[in-house]
Write a protein that binds this ligand. Sequence first.
Ligand SMILES: *[C@@H]1O[C@H](CO)[C@@H](O)[C@H](O)[C@H]1NC(C)=O
Ligand SMILES: *[C@@H]1O[C@H](CO)[C@@H](O)[C@H](O)[C@H]1NC(C)=O
Ligand SMILES: *[C@@H]1O[C@H](CO)[C@@H](O)[C@H](O)[C@H]1NC(C)=O
Ligand SMILES: *[C@@H]1O[C@H](CO)[C@@H](O)[C@H](O)[C@H]1NC(C)=O
Ligand SMILES: *[C@@H]1O[C@H](CO)[C@@H](O)[C@H](O)[C@H]1NC(C)=O
Ligand SMILES: *[C@@H]1O[C@H](CO)[C@@H](O)[C@H](O)[C@H]1NC(C)=O
Ligand SMILES: *[C@@H]1O[C@H](CO)[C@@H](O)[C@H](O)[C@H]1NC(C)=O
Ligand SMILES: *[C@@H]1O[C@H](CO)[C@@H](O)[C@H](O)[C@H]1NC(C)=O
Length: 532
Amino acid sequence: MMANILLFLLLSAIFTVDAQQGESIVSLGSSLTPTTKVSWLSRSGLYAFGFYQQSNGYAIGVFLAGIPEKTVIWTANRDNPPTLADVTLNFTGDGRLVLQSAQGNESAIVNPPERAKSASMLNSGNFVLYNSNKDIIWQSFNYPTNTILQGQCLLAGARLFSSVSESDQSTGIFQLAMQTDGNLVQYPNIPELKVEHAYWASNTDGQGNNVSLCLDDDGHLYLLNSTGKYLSNLTQGGYPTNGIVRLMRIDADGIFRLYSHNLEKNGNWLVNWSSSDNKCDPKGLCGLNGFCTTVDRAADCKCLPGFVRVHQGNWSSGCERNFTAESCQIKNGNMQYNMLEESNTVWEDSAFSIMQPITKEDCEAACLEDCNCEAALYKDAACRKQRLPLRFGRRVLTDSSVALIKVGKSAPIINNIVPMVREKKPQKGILIMSISLAAFGLIIKSVDWDLPEEEAILEEWAYYCFEASELSKLVSGKEVDQRQLERMVMVGLWCILDEPSLRPSMKKVLLMLEGTVDIPIPPSPTSFLSTV
Ligand SMILES: *[C@@H]1O[C@H](CO)[C@@H](O)[C@H](O)[C@H]1NC(C)=O
Ligand SMILES: *[C@@H]1O[C@H](CO)[C@@H](O)[C@H](O)[C@H]1NC(C)=O
Ligand SMILES: *[C@@H]1O[C@H](CO)[C@@H](O)[C@H](O)[C@H]1NC(C)=O
Ligand SMILES: *[C@@H]1O[C@H](CO)[C@@H](O)[C@H](O)[C@H]1NC(C)=O
Ligand SMILES: *[C@@H]1O[C@H](CO)[C@@H](O)[C@H](O)[C@H]1NC(C)=O
Ligand SMILES: *[C@@H]1O[C@H](CO)[C@@H](O)[C@H](O)[C@H]1NC(C)=O
Ligand SMILES: *[C@@H]1O[C@H](CO)[C@@H](O)[C@H](O)[C@H]1NC(C)=O
Ligand SMILES: *[C@@H]1O[C@H](CO)[C@@H](O)[C@H](O)[C@H]1NC(C)=O
């Protein structure tokens, strides 16, 4: 009896061990939903394939289920919007892995070359599909998103793309490319990549067309050619392997790092190595017209002088002008622009004209005079005229480069300017109306209007009177509230701008007339007229 029990215990122990070393097979007809059966676990329980929460819905992928922070390793169709809770992930009877909506619509999660017979979430973190011969016909390790796990390689020709953020796994703004020239290179994720856009490289080009980046269990991260030669060791490895998970990821900030996580201590992810210590190295972190500076080794983004952030809290959205005048406006010696400078900053150089040798002052003057010049990069007596936007800006205190930016002397943009519905030529009548309104209620209809017939002349004249603080000329000496009149004329001048996007909305006009909001100095209509 006792012997029987012992035998039973022994057998079941052996059976358990055996099962743990095996794999968990997912058979045809199995399904998952975001709310009931959420995922298929690896035998070890460490990795899971299935639904995880993403913003206000769910995404599908591989994640570490065995640790408190459910770190995402891989995501299917990462740029698709998150799904709702009423979907089903169906491993159909005919061997397809599809997402089915409540309305019965289907979309493929993976696209293997043939129909599958079974699937498995392996203990390595690789999710695989098998055919009837148990050959792997598809594996997540061959389609990495932003991460490779220990035991995984980034093969020649493959790229990792950073995520938008830790909590949004869709494609972000940086990439790590294992190039077929043997070089491992980091670039911004932009179209028309060029060699000079790179911000990090292993410098192993020319080492054959089949070089891979691989990570071993002991933390060894290296480049290997197809005959097994180590071309470069990014880390030497030799770290303990028991109870430790390791991964390498290109993070949302554009730096790729080797992480380790101790499963026994259940601590945080530790960084064991990173591609750069300078958080400003990744090109494009600060978006267009923005530049990166480091403060206590953390990155901070600033805007060019005269520019403001497009979206507060979103660096990559970049910066836009905080002033209005766009047209080239030097007329009768009436200079509408200044040059402002941002020293010790470096930018991508797309010069359309280079002048040298030249002093910085002459460079500024040359840009001011040139209608095509919106900025200039000055260094070592060379003036490189640029058009906006400027990209890849960062502060390098040891670099003498100065960015010179053309900014409008006046006329800051009005917050939340909403273009008026009317897109055609503005009605000059508005100016007359404004002036009329100003006079109205002050001196009911007893004003002798000294207004010239020609509308264009009227505008110039109104602006001239306004600039010269001689608005009273407009109403030929009649007693009017000067402040109210000025307000009216300024609003009028804003409303007749040729550029519709610069004109204030009707609501804004009312607020400005009321005096609830300040009215910025309007740009001269002549300068706009001169460009028509
Ligand atoms: C899965 O798809 C099959 C058709 O291939 C369908 O018959 C079945 O109802 C689906 N299962 C679920 C849970 O939607
Ligand atoms: C479902 O599929 C039909 C036909 O392909 C399409 O017209 C419809 O927009 C889809 N509905 C959803 C919710 O995707
Ligand atoms: C791998 O690198 C070694 C040493 O550089 C070289 O001799 C060998 O030819 C390379 N293999 C391939 C396939 O390029
Ligand atoms: C490239 O190398 C990998 C292993 O590093 C190997 O599996 C693959 O077959 C090679 N591809 C070619 C085209 O040589
Ligand atoms: C890289 O690491 C491998 C394996 O540890 C070692 O054999 C090789 O000598 C190393 N190469 C260099 C250049 O450090
Ligand atoms: C690297 O990883 C190990 C875990 O294997 C950890 O104990 C160690 O502190 C890490 N090293 C650094 C420099 O962070
Ligand atoms: C625009 O930028 C300039 C220079 O940075 C600054 O002096 C000015 O106050 C800004 N204007 C507005 C409206 O933000
Ligand atoms: C930040 O702005 C960029 C570019 O405008 C946009 O693609 C991205 O989705 C934004 N990110 C967030 C987190 O809002």
